[in-house]
Design a protein around this ligand. Structure first.
Ligand code: ADP
Ligand code: MG
Length: 226
C-alpha cells in the first residue's frame, strides 16, 4: 500500500438504547484504502454499512479501535478539527440528495463554499462540475424541477466542490432508476480517474460495485474481501 488515506483497525461500535441491551453493529473492522482507490462496500440491510461510513466520515466515534484519516486518529481530534475535515477533506453523498428546495442548482452546488466563506473562488469550479455532470443548462432550476438522477448529480457536484480527498457515498443510486444509476456510476468512475478523489461507496447495486476498483462485504460485524 503506497499511501493509505484511510486505515481502520479493530473498529467496534454498538448502540445502546435505554431499557434494552446494546446492539453490537461493528465487531472488528479493519480496512486500508490507498489514496486514489475506489472501494465498494456491500452487505445485507442492517449490517452496519451506514454506521461504518459515519465513523469514516468523522460523524461519530468508535467504541474501540482506530479510524485514521490521512494518518490522524479521528477520535483524538477536537470536534472543531473533525468539523473542518467533514466540511473540506471529506465529501458525502447520501441515498437522498438533501438539496435545499428553495435554492437553485448552482446555489445548492455552492453551499459548501458559502459555508467555508469562499463562494467567489469556487464559482468557476461549480460551473465546470455542473457542465461535467450535464447540468449546465439546469443551473437556475430548483431541485423540484429535476429528476431523481439529476438531483443526485447536483448532490455529487456539491460533495466534490471543495476538492475533498475522500468521497463517501451511502447507496447513492438507491433512489434512481436503472439509467440514472448507470449515469451516476459513470460519473463516479470518471471523477475518481480525473480528479483522483478516493471513493468509498456503500451500495446494493451489483453493477455499481463492479465498477469500483475492489469490493468488500460487511457481515456479522466484520469486513471481508468480496
Ligand atoms: P445498514 O446501513 O447496513 O443498513 P446501519 O448502520 O444503518 O446498517 O444499522 C446497523 C444496525 O444498527 C441496525 O440494526 C440499526 O437498527 C442499528 N442502528 C443504527 N443507527 C442506530 C442508532 N442511532 N441507534 C440505535 N441503533 C441504531
Ligand atoms: Mg444504510
Amino acid at each position: 500500500m503506497t499511501h493509505a488515506i484511510l486505515s481502520l483497525r479493530q473498529v467496534a461500535k454498538s448502540y445502546s438504547m435505554p431499557g434494552s441491551s446494546a446492539v453490537v453493529v461493528l465487531r472488528r473492522v479493519d480496512l486500508d484504502v490507498a489514496a486514489g482507490e475506489s472501494v465498494a462496500i456491500v452487505g445485507p440491510s442492517g449490517s452496519g454499512k451506514t454506521t461504518l461510513l459515519q465513523l469514516i466520515g468523522a460523524l461519530d466515534t468508535p467504541d474501540a479501535g482506530e479510524v485514521r484519516f490521512e494518518g490522524v486518529d479521528l477520535a483524538k481530534l477536537p470536534e472543531s478539527r473533525r468539523l473542518e475535515l467533514r466540511s473540506r477533506r471529506i465529501g458525502f453523498v447520501f441515498q437522498l440528495h438533501h438539496l435545499l428546495p428553495q435554492l437553485t442548482v448552482l446555489e445548492n452546488a455552492l453551499v459548501p463554499a458559502w459555508a467555508a466563506g469562499d463562494a467567489e473562488s469556487y464559482h468557476g469550479r461549480a460551473l465546470s462540475l455542473l457542465e461535467r455532470v450535464g447540468l449546465s443548462e439546469r443551473r437556475d432550476h430548483r431541485p423540484a424541477q429535476l429528476s431523481g438522477g439529476e438531483r443526485q448529480r447536483v448532490a455529487l457536484v456539491r460533495a466534490l466542490l471543495l476538492r475533498p480527498a475522500l468521497l463517501l457515498a451511502d447507496e447513492p443510486t438507491g433512489s434512481l432508476d436503472h439509467a440514472g444509476a448507470v449515469a451516476l456510476a459513470d460519473l463516479l468512475v470518471a471523477l475518481n480517474r480525473d480528479e483522483g478523489v478516493t471513493l468509498v461507496v456503500v451500495t446494493h447495486s451489483r453493477e455499481l460495485a463492479e465498477r469500483m476498483g475492489r469490493r468488500m462485504v460487511l457481515e456479522d460485524g466484520e469486513l471481508r474481501n468480496a
